[in-house]
Structures are given as C-alpha cells and as structure tokens.
Design a protein around this ligand. Structure first.
Ligand SMILES: NC(=O)c1ccc[n+]([C@@H]2O[C@H](COP(=O)([O-])OP(=O)(O)OC[C@H]3O[C@@H](n4cnc5c(N)ncnc54)[C@H](OP(=O)(O)O)[C@@H]3O)[C@@H](O)[C@H]2O)c1
Length: 260
C-alpha cells in the first residue's frame, strides 16, 4: 500500500540521472515505502531513462522526475513550482549535481572553465536551496546534504604529503575551490537555519567510478576507487539519522569526517 504524501519522506536529488546521484536515488527509493525520490535531471531523456531503471527494480518506495538544470534559474523556479504542486513540501534536498572541467595536468584553469564550475557546483546549490526554503520549511525535519569533495578541504590541501599525499597533489584547483566554497554554504545554511530545525551537512562521496573525470575506465583499475554505490550508502546513513550528532560537519562515508 503506497504511503500518503503526509507519511512520505520527499527527497530531491540533483544530477540524479547518472553517477552518485543515480545510485543514491535508486537506493533511497528501494529501501523504504516511505521514501519518494524526485530524480532531478537537466536532460529529460536521460532523466526518463534513469526513472525507468529505478522503477524496473520494483522499489519499496516511489520515484518521479523533474527537469532541473542547476545553471538555469528558469529551470530551478519551474522545478520548485512542480514540487510545490505535487507534494507541497520537501523533506530532503541533496545538492549532488557537479562538474569538473579540468584535466589534472597542472595547467591553471581558464576563466571560462572556472565560471562553468562555480556556476554548477556553487551558484546552483545556493540558488536552488534558497528557492526551496519555503517547501523545506513545511517539513517536520528538513535536511540539506551538499555533495562536496575532500579536495575542497583546505586543511587537507595544506597537510604535509605524509599526512595527505592525495589531497596535496590533485591538480584541479578550480574544482577544489568550488568545493571549499560549497562547504561555506553548508556552514552558512546551518547557522542561518538551525533554529528552524534544519539539519545541514557537507558530504564527500569518496573517490568513485563515475563520469566526472572523463576517466571512467581508468578509474576501474585505480587503487582505492570504489563503486558509487558506496557513496549512496553514506547518504542513506545521513538521512536515516545515523550522523545526526555530526550535523553541520564535513562528513565522509564509513563514519569518517574531514576537517574543513
Ligand atoms: N566521482 C567522484 O570520485 C567524486 C568525488 C568527490 C565528489 N564528487 C561529487 O559527487 C557529485 C556527483 O558527481 P559524479 O561523480 O556522480 O559525476 P557524474 O557521473 O559526472 O554525474 C554528475 C551528474 O550531475 C549532472 N549535472 C552536471 N551539470 C549539471 C547541471 N548544470 N544541472 C543539473 N545536473 C547537472 C550530470 O548530468 P548530465 O548527465 O546531464 O551531465 C550528472 O547527472 C558531484 O558534486 C561531484 O563533485 C564525486
């Protein structure tokens, strides 16, 4: 028996047509009849394919699709209206959509690439979260998860190589700066909204096999590169309340945490 809207937990995931976003949408829809997952996808065809894949697995929960381009205010506003009409509220926002235009070769990023990365990774989550506040305020337990990266940890970047060899050398400075900025969004959102009962986290999904680095095949053979299903599991644990004590912090999966 499907749960009524009042009983359901309404969850929006941006960039949910592929990678970590898709695995998270599929997992959250599968685990509980309470969960309704809204698959955010900037490309409707890709979004429909993702939704079909989720529904084909006969999940316990339910799922639907919304067109959502984090770079486009008209798309954001239309998505907010759509969610308002269908559900009247949002319980969990997962700002997952992200890009990296750089190629790890040590070149400094162009202004164009910096603008694109900041647009999607920082401006999108900031504008979308603000537009969704009225719907999140209708929730009894509103949560925002900003999908960041350990590459945005400033202390990790400054750590000596013996403490953080990987953190110090990955040469995507623009991308790294966007994730540091996203972390500030997390801290700021928490400060502004905690008294209204909001819980906010930054979350690093770990180094996983997806399309983000345009090196999916190479990643499969890289030491320490996990399946993106492990990233989804970490998000499930946050939503289920297992990381509530660490609200406002910069979480990793497997119960770990980064310094900012
Ligand atoms: N993979 C890793 O090792 C890793 C590590 C740390 C953090 N992360 C973070 O994890 C998040 C998900 O990345 P991923 O690894 O799953 O990468 P991915 O496989 O490239 O997936 C990214 C998703 O974001 C979507 N997207 C890109 N630009 C968008 C926009 N303007 N509006 C809406 N959606 C947009 C993509 O849609 P299209 O299909 O239309 O391009 C895709 O669905 C990102 O924030 C990334 O920074 C990843």
């Amino acid at each position: 028996m499907p749960a009524s809207t009042a009983e359901r937990q309404i969850i929006l995931i941006t960039g949910a047509n592929g990678g970590i976003g898709f695995d998270t949408a599929a997992l959250l829809a599968s685990v509980s009849p309470r969960n309704h997952v809204i698959v955010g996808s900037r490309n409707t065809t890709k979004g429909e394919a993702a939704l079909e894949q989720i529904q084909d697995k006969d999940p316990k929960g339910t799922a639907s699709l919304v067109q959502l381009d984090a770079d486009d205010d008209a798309s954001i506003n239309a998505a907010v209206q759509h969610i308002k009409q269908d559900f009247g509220r949002l319980d969990v926002l997962i700002n997952n959509a992200g890009i990296c235009k750089e190629t790890y070769d040590g070149r400094w990023p162009s202004r164009e690439d910096l603008r694109a990365e900041f647009e999607t990774n920082v401006f999108g989550p900031t504008v979308l979260s603000a537009a969704l506040l009225p719907l999140l305020r209708q929730s009894k337990a509103p949560k925002i998860i900003n999908v960041s990266s350990g590459l945005g940890s400033i202390s990790r970047c400054l750590a000596t190589p013996d403490k953080s060899p990987y953190g110090a050398i990955v040469r995507v400075p623009g991308y790294r700066m966007t994730k540091s900025a996203l972390n500030m969004l997390t801290a700021y959102q928490y400060q502004q909204l905690k008294d209204e009962g909001f819980k906010v986290w930054s979350y690093c999904p770990g180094f996983v096999i997806t399309d983000i680095g345009r090196d999916r095949e190479a990643r499969k053979n890289m030491n320490g590169c996990d399946s993106s299903e492990t990233s989804a599991q970490g998000i499930l644990e946050i939503i289920e309340g297992q990381r509530d004590e660490e609200v406002s912090q910069f979480l990793q999966k497997y119960g770990k945490r980064y310094d900012w």
